[in-house]
Design a protein around this ligand. Structure first.
Ligand SMILES: [Zn+2]
Length: 302
């Protein structure tokens, strides 16, 4: 099911455009130099209706997609294919346009309150079981939302995970939209709610011990934690893993990296390891042997 690109990106353009090199200053809605053609004050990002609209007295006006096309010299099709993968995770890191902190908190609370603890046989349990993640009981930081809104038109059952910052304050909710025991067939089956994710943010799947594991994905963290017998948290993606901070009291960290053909997962794991080792935290890195796998896949194959 493919959403129209404009619908998909609505309210997320500041995040998307920052990926294409636009600075916060160029996106602040004030007159300034045009990121495409220069000048001094011919440009303004007016973001009408959250559609990423801009106006330049030289380039003209257009939508966020038009802007990406102009910036990169791409046709519509290529621009759309480059924008789509940025919408879910990456775009949600910067602040969603027009949403106040109170709005963001209200959104989190409404999703969380419409959710229940995960129980045997529900959509989340069946999804995790299909990934061979077998939990005797589920952490309270994971919940099941029977009908979580994906877009104006679509809702799915979803695994809801609380993302907590270093102090343990909930800063975002990670949603995995599910259909028939698998990820929902949509562009962004995984999404975080709008809001900043400060360094050190993670899904805390267990209480912290003196020895703590950290992985990218939630499924990977559960699988690796089981396999290695180490309480393990999920940092959600490679960037957050590389920048992760263990909470106070942790003296040993096991990093469960993904084995990506692009080496993204491995690089993030070793970047974190190097930073922690410098701080005299005992650190080990575990990468599954097969290219293109994570520890959830590895356990599945075992
Ligand atoms: Zn211009």
């Amino acid at each position: 099911m493919m959403l129209d690109i404009h619908e998909l990106c609505q309210g997320r353009w500041r995040g998307i455009l920052s990926h294409f090199g636009l600075s916060q200053k160029e996106l602040n809605g004030k007159h300034g130099p045009c990121p495409v053609c220069g000048g001094t004050d011919r440009w303004r990002f007016d973001n009408q209706g959250g559609r990423g609209t801009f106006y330049c007295t030289n380039c003209g006006a257009g939508s966020g997609v038009d802007l990406v096309m102009k910036l990169r010299g791409w046709d519509f099709k290529q621009a759309v294919s480059e924008i789509r993968p940025l919408v879910g995770m990456a775009a949600a890191e910067p602040v969603k346009a027009g949403m106040s902190d109170a709005d963001k908190k209200a959104m989190r609370q409404s999703i969380w309150r419409a959710s229940y603890p995960v129980t045997k046989g529900d959509a989340v349990d069946r999804y995790l079981e299909a990934r061979k993640v077998d939990q005797p009981s589920y952490p309270t930081t994971l919940r099941m939302n029977p009908e979580c809104r994906y877009s104006e038109a679509l809702s799915f059952p979803a695994m809801i995970a609380a993302v907590q910052d270093l102090e343990g304050t909930c800063v975002s909710l990670h949603r995995t939209f599910i259909k028939d025991g698998d990820k929902a067939p949509v562009d962004n089956p995984r999404m975080v709610t709008p809001g900043e994710l400060p360094n050190g943010s993670a899904v805390r799947l267990t209480p912290a011990g003196e020895v703590l594991g950290i992985a990218e994905g939630i499924e990977t963290a559960l699988a690796a934690g089981d396999r290695f017998g180490i309480p393990t948290w999920a940092a959600l993606n490679a960037n957050l893993l590389a920048e992760w901070e263990p909470p106070a009291g942790v003296r040993e960290v096991a990093i469960f990296g993904d084995n990506d053909a692009s080496f993204t997962g491995q690089a993030a794991a070793y970047q974190l390891a190097r930073r922690l080792a410098r701080r005299k935290i005992e650190t080990t890195v575990h990468i599954p042997t097969m290219i293109g796998t994570d520890w959830a896949d590895e356990v599945k194959g075992a």
